[in-house]
Design a protein around this ligand. Structure first.
Ligand SMILES: Cc1cc2nc3c(=O)[nH]c(=O)nc-3n(C[C@H](O)[C@H](O)[C@H](O)COP(=O)(O)OP(=O)(O)OC[C@H]3O[C@@H](n4cnc5c(N)ncnc54)[C@H](O)[C@@H]3O)c2cc1C
Length: 470
């Protein structure tokens, strides 16, 4: 074993959170080492096997759908869909973004990088292959991996997670997806629109339980209309391979049912990567799902900070980036100048078509917190632009605090809903009142008018309003 090298800070994990921490450390001119095993690729999950490839492929699926299933009478169209070329193009995009990140990283003059798996061998030392590295402070940003549920026979079949699903060379004729959360539902629509027959088995009584319930149920109807078979309250109890097919059995309302498909995708949540790191040497505490427990300064022990998916929910790129920057700042803070993480306003989205997005409280959450609230639900049918483009799927729900008349939650299901949500994000963040939004002139005709319509619906009946009325 070689002599150990010394650093001010060692960051374990080089995804979004690790990168943000490294950028901060570089600015603060701290001698820093980043260790990343590159198991999912340089720069982590988002670029390689997460946000980037999935949102690209979902958009390809959306184009296929729009070209083949539109309802404009004067247009006839056909399409050639070549799965392997689509996947190759996705790989090129990922490679381009990964290379850009690599170039950016090389510009961090204070950061050394080592590729390999880091394990803590003492409170102040990590080992990577045969090398040892010492530091006074550490940031753990090792991300998360697909959770493997306890299902009989699962360990004997070759199943897919997000990683393998994004590496398929041939389009499967059929696919069973276990898990109807955001990830499972995005893959369901993506493969279904590519031409795969998709079955979703969801244990909860509705899909995407973390999102607004009325809108999630509406999305489920649209997905079913497209031919995706979704089964809720499905308790999957066994999996086996029979010939070229996977057979999955589940109990629904006390009755056993089976499904067969060429591929099986497991999308039952994410597990923080904390096993085999030697964390017991550091004195950090782990939660029920193996996540590192941190305070709002992202600190886990006297000399340890953690950021990103490894600290548990919410597991989002934007959250990981902010947590990483805060962990970097606080790990290197002098004179107690620390920063705190604020989770009060975290926008989120499911990138199906239509997209389901939200910020702030739902009416159910407001009630649970004892807020005297009122809400309006406005269908996209009331938005002129939606009628013009002949796509009136979706609705918006705006929640107000009755006492202050401030908007405390905006949730919507609409084409490009994630982009549309940003008006709601600013409204909630700036604590705007229903009057302020209802009276703000919007461009006509736009889908964004839906936010104003919902504010107006809290005052008047929008169904009876003329499309050009202020
Ligand atoms: C399919 C999918 C789609 C997603 N889509 C979105 C989206 O649209 N929008 C959004 O906001 N979020 C999305 N996410 C979530 C987002 O990708 C994550 O929240 C974010 O990437 C987490 O960043 P991180 O830095 O915590 O972890 P990661 O990016 O996973 O980085 C952790 C790194 O640490 C490495 N590592 C692990 N253990 C060790 C070790 N012992 N030694 C050295 N290195 C190690 C890993 O290999 C990895 O490179 C998606 C996730 C998935 C899986």
């Amino acid at each position: 074993m070689t002599t150990a090298k010394h650093y001010d800070l060692i960051i374990v994990g080089g995804g979004t959170a690790g990168f943000a921490a490294a950028l901060t450390a570089n600015k603060l001119q701290a001698r820093t080492l980043m260790v990343n095993d590159n198991a999912v690729g340089f720069a982590g999950t988002c670029v390689n096997v997460g946000c980037v490839p999935t949102k690209h492929l979902l958009y390809v699926g959306e184009l296929v759908h729009k070209i083949t299933k539109h309802n404009f009478e004067g247009l006839t169209s056909s399409i050639t869909f070549d799965f392997s070329t689509v996947m190759e193009e996705k790989d090129k995009l990922v490679e381009t973004l990964r290379s850009k990140d690599q170039l950016t990283f090389e510009g961090y003059s204070h950061i050394d990088f080592v590729a390999g798996t880091a394990t803590f061998i003492s409170k102040a030392e990590v080992q990577v292959a045969g090398d040892r590295f010492i530091a006074n402070r550490f940031i753990i940003a090792t991300g998360s991996s697909a959770n493997t549920p306890l299902i009989e026979g699962l360990n004997k079949v070759k199943y897919l997670t997000n990683v393998e699903a994004l590496q398929l060379k041939k389009l499967p004729a059929s696919m069973i997806i276990v898990g109807g959360g955001a990830l499972g539902i995005e893959f369901a629509q993506m493969f279904s629109r590519f031409g795969t027959k998709v079955y979703v088995l969801q244990r909860a009584d509705r899909i995407i339980p973390r999102e607004e319930s009325e809108l999630a149920n509406l999305l489920m109807l649209y997905l079913q209309d497209e031919g995706i078979e979704i089964y809720t309250k499905a308790d999957v109890n066994s999996v086996k391979q029979e010939g070229s097919e996977k057979v999955v059995t589940a109990i629904i309302d006390g009755k056993e049912r089976s499904w067969r498909a060429e591929e099986l995708l497991i999308a039952t949540g994410r597990r923080p990567n904390t096993a085999k790191l030697g964390l017991e040497k550091l004195g950090v505490a782990l939660g029920r799902k193996g996540e590192i427990i941190v305070n709002n300064e992202m600190q886990a022990a006297a000399h340890v900070w953690a950021a990103g998916d490894v600290t548990g929910e919410p597991m989002l790129e934007t959250v990981a980036a902010k947590e990483g920057a805060i962990a970097g700042t606080n790990a290197l803070a002098k004179n107690g100048n620390t920063e705190r993480m604020d989770y009060s306003i975290v926008p989120h989205a499911v990138f199906t078509d239509p997209q389901l997005a939200g910020v702030g409280l739902t009416d159910e959450q407001a009630c649970e917190r004892g807020v005297q609230c009122r809400y309006a639900t406005v269908s996209m049918e009331h938005v002129t632009k939606a009628k013009l483009i002949k796509d009136t799927r979706g609705a918006i729900k705006v929640v107000i605090d009755e006492e202050t008349q401030r908007i405390i939650g905006v949730h919507l299901l609409a084409p490009q809903g994630a982009d549309l949500l940003h008006e709601g994000l600013m409204v909630v963040r700036n604590k705007m009142t229903v009057d302020e939004v209802a009276e703000t002139r919007h461009i006509f005709p736009t889908l964004s008018e839906v936010t104003k319509k919902a504010a107006q619906a809290l005052k008047w009946d929008v169904a009876t309003m003329h499309s050009c009325s202020e």
